[in-house]
Design a protein. Structure first.
Length: 237
């Protein structure tokens, strides 16, 4: 049995992944952005999922989420699923929170970061950590996934493009298959398939693809990690 923490699991792809992983007998920790929002995962808690709450747009609440997870005991996998598409919370939720949780949660053997095909339109400029758009944020989290694979050789770290799927964020007219949208995260989290145990990849529907060229630029990786450490006060080793 694998213990898996999934951010942003009150709805959408995160919830779908939590349901499937619970069906598979795994020990799942689900997350909602507030105590009130935990009502949306009561059925998952009734099935045995543990729950944590905190707004990932707020660094202090993100730190508290990491502490809540730590109190539940060691985790094997973190799926950094939470994300927003518009507004001032884009960078804090999509890029800063995954970094901070990676720095603060000890011990996961596997890390999965939700990217997007739109990351290819992102700009490789760390000054955008305070003002960037959705594409920029998804480039940064993709770079983070690959940088973690490099600096933590004992950890399997990958980024996933789930596709444009019919969630609340994607909208009802999204053309991609919802099941395929969360299948790759689950596979990377739990499978012993040799491909699922590779690290530093960018995946779409269980196929490894070529990401934005900046993703594998070590200088940009280091610049991004340094900027995130400066912003959060938490170093990543």
């Amino acid at each position: 049995m694998t213990r898996i923490f999934i951010t942003g699991s009150a709805d959408g792809l995160g919830r779908a992944a939590a349901e499937t992983l619970l069906d598979g007998g795994h020990d799942v920790i689900v997350h909602a952005r507030s105590e009130n929002r935990l009502a949306a995962v009561k059925d998952l808690a009734d099935r045995g999922a543990s729950t944590v709450a905190g707004d990932l747009a707020d660094p202090e609440e993100t730190r508290d989420v990491a502490e809540q997870v730590g109190r539940l005991g060691p985790v094997d996998v973190v799926i950094h699923n939470a994300g927003v598409y518009t507004g001032a919370q884009i960078m804090p939720v999509n890029a800063v929170a995954p970094y901070l949780l990676t720095a603060l949660i000890d011990g996961p053997r596997r890390l999965v970061y939700l990217s997007s095909g739109m990351h290819r339109g992102g700009r490789a400029d760390v000054s955008l950590l305070r003002s960037g758009n959705y594409s920029d944020s998804k480039l940064f989290v993709t770079v983070l996934a690959v940088a973690v694979a490099r600096i933590r050789p004992g950890v399997v770290s990958n980024a996933v493009d789930p596709g444009w799927v019919p969630t609340r964020m994607g909208g009802p007219g999204a053309p991609d298959d919802l099941r395929l949208g969360h299948l790759t995260q689950e596979w990377l989290a739990t499978s012993d398939d040799p491909e699922a145990l590779t690290t530093g990849g960018y995946w779409h529907h269980r196929q490894r693809q070529s990401p934005h060229p900046a993703t594998h630029d070590r200088r940009f990786q280091d610049d991004l990690l340094a900027a995130l450490a400066d912003l959060t006060g938490a170093g990543l080793t």
